[in-house]
Design a protein around this ligand. Structure first.
Ligand code: ARG
Length: 452
């Protein structure tokens, strides 16, 4: 045990289990060993331990790393947490120098350092996974620049757009997600080590050296804040919840689009399952789970925020509850991002079905715009076309089946060229303003550039 001499008896058995975190925080082992190796060097540079002792510690830590990496590390019931476990094992391996390693250090600055290192790595792998998904979106978009289908609002057919334009809408949401992780990473890259329990380090360890060695961008300015701050985890979890919400919304669309009633896309067998009862079923379980996992991510963020809410300043044991949500979020995204990427890479697109779903009523806006180009105020044009839609509906015909007399009765600004409006491709082409359905090639180029 790291403490105990001032106590008359050991902790209650149930409380000991309650207090221990090794069963989950062992995952910080790599970060903990890196932090300890750097700290041993800093102690040697400050002449608190000898260069030989620092070497012995470094070699011992490497052996501990090997044990963890090979799955051979054996924990004991007294291993309260990863920090305790590493120090206990190090002492078994190298003896006394192990007991000098914690000089001037507290588990408070140690755990804050470890968690930041873990989170910095997690950001990098999530950013890479988002990038892969964005590439898959670009590749599919490239093939469907001219594949038209209905753009929806309120799940009602609204205006014709290309499938590429639709797909790329997720690209930009993911681009913001990637930036949020880059940002979270930046604010996490501030070194707490050297802050001690709360008041700072008395041995003049070189914190700049520690920061450089461990890959931090700078050192924390206030030792109390350094052991107290868990904002960086909240930022990570917030970014995690948002990216998962984006995946969930995409999943929701694709589940509908792949239903036979829509038939726009067909999901590959590799990402679907069958029914134990109904032999004909092919269920979109991968996407449903992506949607379903979102609750976890929102829960992870919520858990952390509630943990922080009532905690007095500096370190409190409440903070031990910060790690499981962090691990859960990182683990979940490590699956959902590549799975959505796989779904997109393997799905088949039925361009004919998409096109067949276009409905002439989706050109009503274009009809109003036709009138606007002939000097009719938009509000009035909207009114005129609304009435034409009603007439067509009453007659159970398409808008283009109305006669020129019908059109001219509604507005004398209509000419024989009105029938040219009923052209889905022309409608899409007409929205050439930057960001619009008619400017998707340029959009795709920008998207590709932001990945390079
Ligand atoms: N297992 C603890 C945690 O995760 C490590 C820090 C313990 N510090 C302490 N003063 N008891 O927060």
């Amino acid at each position: 045990m790291l403490w105990g001499s001032r106590f008359d008896k050991p902790p209650d058995e149930l409380f000991a289990r309650f207090n221990n975190s090794f069963h989950f925080d062992w995952r910080l082992y790599d970060a903990d060993l890196r932090g300890s190796a750097a700290y041993a060097q800093a102690l040697a540079r400050a002449e608190i331990i000898s260069a030989r002792e620092a070497d012995e510690i470094a070699r011992g830590l490497e052996r501990v790393r090997g044990e963890f990496a090979r799955g051979e590390f054996v924990s004991t019931p007294d291993d309260e947490d990863i920090h305790t476990a590493v120090e206990r094992r190090l002492y078994e391996l190298i003896g006394e120098p192990a007991h000098k390693l914690h000089t001037g250090r507290s588990r408070n600055d140690q755990v804050a350092t470890d968690t930041r290192l873990f989170l910095i790595d997690a950001c990098a792998s999530i950013q890479a996974a988002i990038c892969n998904l964005q590439s898959a979106i670009c590749n599919l978009s490239e093939r469907h620049l001219d594949t038209l289908f209905p753009g929806y609002t309120h799940v009602r057919r609204a205006q014709p757009i290309s499938f590429a334009h639709y797909l790329l809408s997720f690209f930009w949401a993911l681009e913001r997600d990637r930036a949020r992780f880059a940002d979270a990473r930046k604010r996490a890259a501030v070194l707490p080590l050297g802050s001690g329990a709360l008041a700072g380090n008395p041995f003049n360890v070189d914190r700049e050296f520690l920061a450089r060695t461990l890959g931090f961008e700078r050192v924390s300015e206030n030792s109390l804040d350094a052991v107290s701050d868990r904002d960086f985890i909240a930022e990570f979890l917030s970014a995690a919840a948002l990216v998962q919400i984006h995946l969930s919304r995409l999943a929701e669309d694709f589940i509908y689009y792949s239903a036979p009633e829509f038939g726009f896309i067909e999901l590959d067998d590799a990402y679907t399952t069958g029914s134990s009862l109904m032999p004909q079923k092919k269920n979109p379980d991968a996407l449903e789970l992506v949607r379903g996992k979102t609750g976890r991510l929102i829960g992870d963020l919520n858990t952390l925020l509630v943990v922080l809410k009532g905690a007095p300043s500096t370190y409190n044991k409440d903070f031990q509850e910060d790690k499981e949500p962090l691990f859960d979020a990182a683990d979940t995204l490590a699956m959902t991002l590549p799975i959505v990427t796989g779904v997109i890479e393997t799905m088949r697109v039925d361009a004919a079905k998409m096109r067949a779903a276009l409905d002439e009523s989706m050109l009503a806006t274009d009809l109003a715009e036709y009138l606007v180009r002939r000097g009719v105020p938009f509000r009035q044009a909207h009114h005129v076309v609304g009435a034409l839609v009603k007439t067509a509906q009453a007659r159970r015909t398409k808008l283009s089946a109305l006669t020129l007399d019908d059109f001219r009765a509604a507005s004398e600004k209509f000419g024989a060229d009105v029938y040219a409006v009923f052209d889905f491709d022309a409608s899409v082409r007409s929205r050439q303003t930057f960001g619009g359905a008619g400017a998707v090639k340029a959009q795709l180029e920008l998207a590709k550039q932001s990945l390079s």
